[in-house]
Design a protein around this ligand. Structure first.
Ligand code: HBI
Ligand code: FE
Length: 289
C-alpha cells in the first residue's frame, strides 16, 4: 500500500517540512468551510451525551470545539499543552507510518488541514480536520490517554523494526479509532472514528449486528478490520488505566512471538476465549455483503 512521499506532497504544498508538517494558515479558511465544521460540530455534540464517555465529553467541553468554526491550531495547542503537553500540527493528509509515529512519540498530533465538502458530510477516506481535531483532540486532554498515545508512537517505531506494524496498527484501530469503554451506566464511546461519525455513534452502541468483546491485547492484534464500513466487532476496555497497563507498560517482544504462531481472525470472528459482552447477529454486515 505504497506510502506517499514528501516529493509527491511538495507539488501541492511547496512549504511542506521534512516532518510533513505545513502551516495551518487559519486565516485562509472560507466562511463556508467554517460553516461545514459548525454543522458537523453541532450534529455530533447533540448525539454524544449518553453515548461518548465522560472523559471525551469533558475534553470536548474544555476545548469549545462545537460551533466556533475550524479551530486555530496555535490556540488549541496552547490549551492542550497546558493540560497534557500535547500539540496539534497541520499535515496535508496521510503521512508515512514512521513520520506518524515520530510525531506521536513527541506528543504532536498530526491533523489534516482540509475540511470535507458538503457532499461528503457522512463519509470520507482521508482524515480531515474535523475527524482529526473533533475526534482525536478531546481524548488528548485526558492524562492517561495522552500517555497511551505517546507510548503507541514509541511502540510503532519498535514494531516497524520488528516487521509487526500490521499487528500494532490493529491496536490503534480497535482502541484509538473504534474503542468502547465499560462504565456503570453502560457502554460508552471513546474511539475517534466513532465520535466523528453520526451514523456509527448510534450503530456501535445500539445495533444488535456487531460483536462487543472485552479487550485483550493479543486478541485485538490478531483481528483484521474493515476500513470501508461499520466495524463488525468492537473491543471494550474497562478503564484507560487498564489500556495503558496492558500496552505501554508491557513488553511486546513475547507477544509478537506468540502472534507469529497465531492465525489472523476475521473481523466478525468470535473465539472460545472471548469475554463476549454482546454476540452480534452480523445482520447488518450480511445485508451489505
Ligand atoms: N497519517 N495523517 C495521518 N493520520 C493517521 O491517522 C495516520 C497517518 N499515517 C499512518 C497511520 N495513520 C496508520 O497507518 C498507523 O496508525 C499505522
Ligand atoms: Fe483518526
Amino acid at each position: 500500500m505504497g506510502e506517499i512521499t514528501l516529493e509527491q506532497y511538495r507539488r501541492d504544498y511547496p512549504e511542506i517540512a521534512e516532518d510533513f508538517t505545513i502551516p495551518q494558515r487559519w486565516e485562509s479558511y472560507t466562511e463556508d468551510e467554517h460553516a461545514v465544521w459548525n454543522l458537523l460540530g453541532a450534529r455530533q455534540s447533540a448525539l454524544l451525551p449518553g453515548a461518548a464517555c465522560a472523559e471525551f465529553l469533558e475534553g470536548l467541553g474544555r476545548l469549545s470545539l462545537t460551533t466556533g468554526g475550524i479551530p486555530d491550531f496555535e490556540k488549541l495547542s496552547a490549551t492542550l499543552s497546558s493540560h497534557t503537553g500535547w500539540q496539534v500540527v497541520a499535515v496535508p493528509g496521510l503521512v508515512p507510518d514512521d513520520v506518524f509515529f515520530q510525531h506521536l512519540a513527541n506528543r504532536r498530533f498530526p491533523a489534516g488541514r482540509f475540511i470535507r465538502r458538503r457532499d461528503q458530510l457522512d463519509y470520507l477516506q482521508e482524515p480531515d480536520v474535523f475527524h482529526d481535531v473533533f475526534g482525536h483532540v478531546p481524548m488528548l486532554m485526558h492524562p492517561v490517554f495522552a500517555d497511551y498515545l505517546q507510548a503507541y508512537g514509541e511502540g510503532g517505531l519498535r514494531a516497524q523494526g520488528l516487521g509487526m506494524l500490521e499487528h500494532l496498527a490493529r491496536l490503534y484501530w480497535y482502541t484509538v479509532e473504534f474503542g468502547l469503554l465499560r462504565t456503570d451506566e453502560g457502554l460508552r464511546i471513546f474511539g475517534s472514528g466513532i465520535v466523528s461519525s453520526a451514523s456509527e455513534s448510534a450503530f456501535c452502541l445500539e445495533d444488535p449486528s456487531p460483536n462487543r468483546v472485552a479487550f485483550d491485547l493479543v486478541r485485538v492484534m490478531r483481528t483484521r478490520y474493515r476500513i470501508d464500513d461499520f466495524q463488525q466487532t468492537y473491543f471494550v476496555i474497562e478503564s484507560f488505566e487498564q489500556l495503558l497497563r496492558e500496552t505501554a507498560e508491557r513488553d511486546f517482544a513475547p507477544i509478537y512471538e506468540r502472534l507469529r504462531e497465531l492465525d489472523d481472525l476475521m473481523p466478525e470472528a468470535l473465539t472460545a476465549e472471548d469475554e463476549i459482552i454482546h454476540r452480534g447477529t452480523q445482520r447488518y454486515a450480511r445485508k451489505r455483503a
